[in-house]
Design a protein. Structure first.
Length: 328
């Protein structure tokens, strides 16, 4: 998720963590220094949380075979966020989906995954469950039962966006927007009129309106906004159409009435957990989001749009338009 800068802001776009990165500052003179800090932060997150790096902390934890592992404060924090999301969503967002993701072929960067068209055998197998993860925050020690493999993809980018936005806003003393693959966090003083974000159903460059699906531009002044969907990272393997949102009850790609779900919340991590859980919850998602007081926009596969109370009103037109896309 990202925004196109207005005259009072400046932006930088690049790639990290296997996805798009967009940084926007309200002080153009500070863009370069903030971008350097962001790059350093994301490199640390990748070294701690990547499931695709043999030298990452998470890989070491996943291969510990039941032994307690002392992890860095950064990985401990990321795991705490993942467990909090699991608890808040009644297990709909569960970090113990690692083995299920690997079975579906999501065992490397998606640019490599999408080139693999070999048949895949799908089996219904409930994931181990987040309650089996023992995290001791006092010592930053983690113990996983043998065979349990973690995947932090459902929460780590949103958490990293929150953490980066707060850190950069404190360091620079200006408004900051950080978007990581569709997960957007803002901090500091927003630009006049707030941060304008285009929520859309398909991946598209910032400067171009989407060719398919629905889209709307909204304004936020704080917190985070995340869009989860089954259209990003989708591919065909043999007779199966696969995507990266896994139902923890089955270990298989979720079957849902929603093409995308967008949620605004106090943090991007909360927004992303709620939007991902809504895909898993299916038809009950609207009622659940409304009960939790979370503003949301849900789009069915035929393009019907449903919103919950508090969803931001469309922002006034401006040139050039901002942009956002489903989480990747």
């Amino acid at each position: 998720m990202s925004t196109t800068p207005s005259r009072s802001t400046a932006a930088a776009d690049w790639r990290a963590l296997g996805t798009t990165v967009r940084l926007v500052t309200t002080d153009p003179a500070l863009l370069d220094s903030c971008n350097l800090l962001l790059a350093r932060h994301l490199a640390e997150v990748d070294a701690a949380c990547s499931r695709f790096r043999e030298d990452s902390e998470l890989t070491a934890l996943n291969t510990a075979e039941g032994r307690p592992v002392r992890v860095s404060p950064l990985l401990a924090e990321a795991l705490a966020v993942a467990l909090r999301a699991a608890r808040a969503t009644d297990g709909a967002v569960d970090p113990t989906v690692g083995s299920a993701m690997e079975a579906l072929g999501y065992d490397r960067d998606f640019t490599l995954v999408q080139e693999d068209d070999r048949p895949v055998r799908l089996a219904v197998r409930r994931v181990p469950g987040w309650s089996q993860v023992d995290l001791d925050r006092a010592t930053n020690t983690v113990t996983l039962p043998p065979g349990v493999r973690l995947d932090l993809g459902a929460t780590a980018k949103a958490w990293a966006a929150d953490r980066a936005a707060r850190t950069l806003a404190r360091a620079a003393g200006c408004g900051i927007l950080v978007s990581l693959g569709g997960d957007t966090a803002v901090a500091g003083e927003p630009p006049a009129g707030g941060w304008r974000i285009r929520v859309q159903d398909e991946m598209a460059p910032v400067e171009r309106l989407p060719e398919h699906g629905t889209y709307v531009t909204v304004g936020i002044r704080s917190g985070g906004l995340a869009t989860s969907g089954t259209t990003a990272r989708r591919r065909r393997r043999g007779d199966h159409h696969l995507h990266h949102i896994v139902n923890p009850r089955t270990g298989r790609p979720v079957t849902t009435p929603w093409r995308t779900v967008s949620v605004a919340a106090a943090t991007c991590a909360d927004a992303n957990a709620a939007s991902t859980a809504a895909l898993v919850k299916g038809e009950s998602a609207v009622r659940r989001l409304s009960r939790l007081g979370l503003p949301a926009r849900l789009v069915t596969h035929d393009g019907t749009v449903v919103t919950t109370p508090g969803w931001p009103s469309p922002a006034p037109r401006a040139d050039p338009p901002p942009a956002a896309e489903p989480s990747a």
